[in-house]
Write a protein that binds this ligand. Structure first.
Ligand SMILES: O=C(O)C(=O)C[C@@H](O)[C@H](O)[C@H](O)COP(=O)(O)O
Length: 357
């Protein structure tokens, strides 16, 4: 089993990555929880809900599902889950289990962070993308004006990652997850990037996937441990996200997967980086890789002014000035202020390039 420990300001938690580990969740749960509330989605629950309940001995175990997809990460679902928690009489000794991808993890984590001012939760991720969202304690829901605008930093008690649950993922989910792995490689590990860029996603083996996940999680955990509340280097994990979040909000949540939007956002950040630092930073290689793996680059068709407005809601922005994570070289991210005029002209030429035949 691959195991990592993350030290936070409140406690340390373990990340376990293994095959079939979903049947052993009971081993990782303290036996004095007064009740357990499992939150999942309507695609994941039929596949894995029974498995994760194996060996859990409590009569007070409840579950509910949300519709799968980003559109569920909203205030209505949040309120519904809080209502269930109250109706089922959860208390401060209750545990929430988030079984699913990033949407379930972020939403269930935010419910846990705020129910009675905070109860324990564990993350049981079932997508590749969730290797990123389940680690680090960022929990949130979306507002229609901006992604993850209502949230907190609230670390889980454990992350239990069964790689066998990734076998059934549809192509767009594999693309979404690999975009975040590529992101981690770009900001922290040139060697990892060299392993990823020649890959054809359709032919990845289980062993490769396991290895990539471990490398990605390790990069993420190392950064989070050094800067839990994103005062400094954690901002680097936002590489590609300034444009991605704006695009997701502008297109409407769920129209593009988060990772696919991040892929477009990274490409844009590389375009600016190459221009500012006057060197090749793999823009062409990433573009080829994204095209070769069928990333939906044509979804980048939103109005530029609307995008800039949406980018101003990015959490790195200060005094209405947009900050983006760029690369000064591979593995060397930098946070840079950009004026509206600069962004406007970069976005215009980027849009032209993506729409060129
Ligand atoms: O964990 C982080 O920090 C990240 O920025 C990771 C991102 O990949 C992730 O999507 C995160 O939720 C975005 O955070 P936000 O603060 O920009 O909403």
């Amino acid at each position: 089993m691959n195991e990592l420990v993350v030290h936070t300001s409140t406690h340390s938690y373990n990340i376990y990555i293994d095959e079939q580990i979903r049947y052993q969740i009971s081993k990782f749960i303290a036996n004095d929880y007064s009740s357990i509330f499992i939150i999942s989605d309507d695609q994941v629950a039929p596949l894995y809900l029974d498995d994760i309940m194996t060996g859990i001995e409590t009569e007070r175990i409840f579950h509910t599902v949300i519709p799968s997809g980003e559109a569920s990460k909203n205030i209505d679902q949040y309120y519904r889950l809080q209502t269930i928690a109250m109706e089922k009489k959860l208390d401060r000794r209750s545990l929430i289990i988030a079984l699913g991808g990033g949407v379930v993890g972020d939403l269930a984590g935010f419910v846990a962070a705020t129910f009675m001012r905070g109860i324990d939760y564990i993350q049981v991720p079932t997508t590749i993308l969730a290797h990123d969202s389940s680690v680090g304690g960022k929990v949130a829901i979306n507002h229609e004006l901006g992604k993850n605008m209502i949230g907190n930093f609230y670390p889980p008690k454990a992350v239990i990652y069964d790689v066998n649950t990734l076998k059934t993922l549809p192509d767009h989910e594999i693309r979404s997850g690999y975009a975040e792995l590529i992101k981690e490689a770009f900001i922290a590990n040139a060697e990892f990037l060299q392993q990823l860029l020649p890959l054809t996603l359709a032919t990845i083996s289980n062993d490769q996937l396991k290895d990539h996940l471990f490398q990605g999680v390790k990069i993420k955990a190392d950064i989070v441990e050094k800067d839990e509340k994103e005062l400094n280097i954690r901002k680097f994990l936002n590489f590609g996200h300034t444009l991605a979040h704006a695009l997701e909000a502008e297109l409407g949540y769920g129209k593009i997967t988060h990772g696919e939007a991040v892929a477009i956002g990274m490409l844009f950040a590389l375009k600016i980086s190459e221009h500012k630092y006057n060197k090749s930073l793999y823009y062409d290689q990433l573009l080829n890789w994204l095209q070769g793996n069928n990333y939906p680059l044509s979804l980048f068709h939103t109005g530029i002014d609307q995008l800039i407005n949406a980018m101003k809601l990015d959490k790195k922005a200060q005094y209405q000035q947009i900050q983006m994570v760029l690369l000064s070289s591979i593995g060397k991210p930098v946070v840079v202020n950009l004026t509206d005029d600069e962004l406007h002209s970069y976005l215009q030429s980027f849009k032209k390039e993506l729409s060129a035949p």
